[in-house]
Design a protein around this ligand. Structure first.
Ligand SMILES: Cc1cc2nc3c(=O)[nH]c(=O)nc-3n(C[C@H](O)[C@H](O)[C@H](O)COP(=O)(O)O)c2cc1C
Ligand code: SF4
Length: 485
């Protein structure tokens, strides 16, 4: 049975303790001076326009995080291609620059110039929603002789299997579901039950075979735009279910020099870094997010992550932010009409652990991964800063992680969502005012349904008609309530 872990009891620091703390001590990150070691990791809020442009909701969202004056905010995963991707931010064309400049200005203003703003740049491969069975079998399945042969082997199906195409398709629709699955190939079963999903190993598709040629330029262009818009740095998204993480995956068996051995798997991430560096120069901060563990069968583990980190650190990566899991391979089956969501299976759970996690519970759960990566970097004489995340939500826990050398910066995503002012509250000795995240993932469930992300704790005092900006369903605050000091 899943266990339930209570929030760690805590006491909050006095101002004197804050002054002596590592958490609030300045540090250097690449060419940037940071005021503290406090970090808000990327979180997609489903706020941009349908064309991926910055709008007032996006400005309000990031402005609200800036009120708490963390040292760094990483703007959500933003697409590097100029393709439709719904209300997710994009940085794949110069027309996004005006909006992104406004975003930078808002964060500067509301953090009083104290927060550094990075943007996470992402590439992802096409993913289809789970289709209706009849539609899949009538329209999408590419019928060939193999289907006919396998159908013919089923009792009473020979004549239909030899009939014209429409007859074969109707025969497939009539089959009991389990029998149908024996007629389809593995990828067709996946397309039917989960929605078709391209992989980096589909090298028979020219655009997949060409990824090593196309991605460095796309990432470099996006980073160039980030710099032009005034961002302080970029975080290359090499984590979770997306293209670059799939190149790093131990499951990547491409035989073109970009898969197979760890050296080949990290080759494209290094080439992307080189292209980005050439575009933005050596004085611009370029880091990445990687997985300390993919948490899927046959996937990369911590020793792979250490290998990649060393290679990336030696190549001049300015920071490495460590995440865990969040893969498609073990994701739950979506409902018809929905897309598979990589934060549902075990790997997803490890990415955003909840109070129902297995031992040792969600709080600091992923610190050992950051710690091992940091040790292997330091062992090789590299000073690359490492960012940890995963259930980090108290001063004592954060300070202990820094003092023990598990990480160099403390990332808190959901705690910052629950209370964007929590950093400032701690800093001002007002920790008892912190609204504490309860780690039950209401926010993540909204993300899964592609709904505007909000926190369940924000609405406790929401009165009807009080004029606050609300979500499309009219029931939820769009940003955290103000801190009544
Ligand atoms: C709503 C939501 C959206 C997220 N979006 C992203 C994202 O765009 N990129 C990313 O690397 N991680 C994303 N994450 C993962 C967080 O950055 C973080 O790694 C994870 O929530 C664990 O940290 P925490 O326990 O402090 O929340 C998201 C998390 C949440 C809750
Ligand atoms: S919705 Fe729940 S898990 Fe998400 S930030 Fe709020 S309290 Fe935390």
């Amino acid at each position: 049975m899943p266990q339930k872990y209570p929030l760690p009891e805590t006491r909050w620091p006095t101002r004197a303790e804050v002054r002596q703390s590592l958490l609030f001590a300045p540090m250097q990150l690449g060419s940037l001076s940071l005021r503290a070691r406090t970090w808000v990791p990327a979180m997609v809020p489903w706020r941009a326009t349908d064309d991926g442009l910055v709008n007032q909701d996006v400005l309000d969202w990031y402005g609200r995080f800036a009120d708490g004056r963390p040292a760094v905010i990483v703007v959500e995963a933003s697409g590097i291609r100029d393709i439709a991707s719904g209300p997710l931010l994009r940085v794949g064309h110069d027309r996004y620059l005006d909006g992104l400049r406004k975003l930078v200005d808002v964060v500067r203003e509301r953090s009083q110039g104290e927060t550094r703003l990075f943007i996470q740049t992402i590439d992802f491969l096409p993913l289809r929603r789970r289709p209706e069975k009849e539609r899949y079998l009538r329209e999408f399945l590419v019928l060939d002789d193999g289907h006919r042969e396998r159908l013919a082997r089923i009792d009473g199906m020979r004549a239909k299997a030899e009939g014209e195409e429409g007859m074969v398709r109707e025969a497939l629709i009539e089959l009991p579901h389990e029998t149908l699955l024996t007629v389809l190939l593995e990828r067709e079963v996946e397309a039917l039950e989960f929605g078709a999903r391209e992989r980096v190993t589909d090298t028979h598709l020219p655009h997949i075979a060409d990824l090593p040629q196309t991605l460095p330029g796309l990432f470099a262009d996006a980073a160039g735009r980030a710099r032009e818009a005034g961002f302080d740095g970029v975080e290359l998204h090499y984590a979770h279910a997306y293209t670059m993480a799939s190149f790093l995956s131990r499951r990547n068996d491409r035989d073109d020099g970009y898969g197979g051995s760890p050296e080949h798997r990290v080759r494209l991430p290094l080439e992307v870094l080189r292209a980005v560096r050439e575009r933005v120069g050596s004085d611009y901060t370029v880091g990445c997010r990687i997985l300390g563990d993919e948490v899927i069968a046959g996937g990369s583990r911590i020793d792979d992550a250490c290998h990649y980190s060393l290679a990336l650190g030696r190549a001049g990566m300015d920071f490495i932010s460590v995440s865990k899991g969040g893969k498609f391979e073990d994701a739950a089956q979506p409902r018809v009409g929905q897309a598979v969501y990589p934060y549902t299976g075990e790997s997803g759970h490890e990415c955003m652990p909840t109070v129902r996690s297995s031992a040792p519970g969600p709080f600091g759960r992923n610190l050992p991964l950051a710690s091992e990566i940091r040790s292997s970097l330091r062992g090789a004489g590299l000073e690359t800063p490492v960012i940890a995340a995963g259930g980090l939500c108290t001063f004592d826990q954060s300070e202990a992680a820094l003092r023990a050398g598990h990480c160099d910066l403390v990332g808190a995503a959901r705690q910052s969502l629950a209370d964007p002012d929590w950093w400032l509250k701690m800093e001002l000795g007002r920790g008892s005012d912190v609204r504490r995240c309860i780690y039950t993932n209401y926010c993540e469930a909204l993300d899964q349904r592609h709904k505007q992300v909000t926190c369940q704790l924000w609405d406790r005092d929401l009165a009807p008609d009080d004029g606050v900006s609300r979500s499309h369903d009219g029931k939820r605050r769009m940003t955290a309530p103000p801190w009544a000091r």
